[in-house]
Design a protein around this ligand. Structure first.
Ligand code: ADP
Length: 236
């Protein structure tokens, strides 16, 4: 099954063309890295795929449904960039943050059903944070907060995870564990992963294939292609 399909997408902010005639498709179980330098259009592409921006032309299908008819947003989990979202003033516990991932069903501070609680606990178990569920989110380390955000995305039981620069600002050991978790989600739970990053080296190592954004255009390549001709892809 095709999870995401984009056909001849074009998008500009005013006269600034950011996405040019972009076509690709992702299948169930794919682990793809979207790579590109700052300003190359990665976030814009994500916003188009999530329906937050409207393309000037071209078509997007999610789970083989045209985007404008798509309603099953629970099938897609989104993990935002972590940087500074949980300051000291953020009053929620770990499990309350994860509960926010059970989107659109109930209000956050309503009493949770037994089924909700089960989904929340399972998601926290996957990221190895169940014992910390009553802690305040801002008391956790950066890497732990990142895992909470993944648990939040997982609590909605999505089939796809979209991760936007998920390990910016976390240390090497945390990054390593984080990528191991993604491998597990992909290989054991057959989750489709879209990992947006500017870190070509790491993502080339982790993902099954890469899409390189360059001046709005896309170059799809595999690890082997990069290994053979690294210079070309790094400077792309
Ligand atoms: P990336 O995520 O790869 O860093 P972006 O998609 O954020 O790239 O940005 C692509 C280009 O679009 C950049 O030149 C950026 O300055 C421009 N851009 C991004 N958002 C806006 C906006 N809201 N209005 C105008 N230009 C924007």
């Amino acid at each position: 099954m095709e999870i995401i399909t984009a056909k001849h997408l074009n998008f500009a902010y005013g006269n600034d063309e950011v996405i040019r005639d972009l076509t690709f498709s992702l299948k169930k179980g794919d682990y793809v890295g979207i790579i590109g330098q700052n300003g190359s259009g990665k976030s814009t592409l994500l916003k188009l795929l999530l329906g937050l921006l409207k393309p000037e032309s071209g078509k997007i299908y999610l789970f083989e449904t045209p985007l404008r008819e798509f309603r099953a947003w629970h099938r897609i989990g989104y993990v935002p960039q972590r940087s500074g979202i949980f300051g000291k003033a953020f009053p929620a516990t770990v499990e309350e943050v994860v509960a926010m991932g059970i989107v659109g069903k109930r209000k956050i501070f309503h009493r949770r059903s037994v089924e909700d609680q089960k989904q929340i606990d399972e998601a926290l178990e996957v990221v190895d944070l169940l014992p910390m569920k009553k802690r305040l989110i801002h008391e956790l380390s950066g890497g732990q907060q990142q895992r909470v955000l993944i648990a939040r995305a997982l609590s909605g039981q999505p089939e796809v995870l979209v991760l936007d620069e998920p390990v910016v600002g976390v240390d090497a050991l945390v990054q390593k564990k984080f990528y191991e978790l993604l491998q597990r989600l992909n290989k054991e739970l057959h989750m489709t992963l879209i990992l947006v990053s500017h870190d070509l080296d790491t993502v080339a190592h982790e993902a099954d294939y890469l899409m390189l954004m360059n001046k709005g255009e896309l170059c799809t390549c595999t690890k082997d292609m990069i290994e053979k001709d690294k210079k070309h892809y790094v400077t792309l």
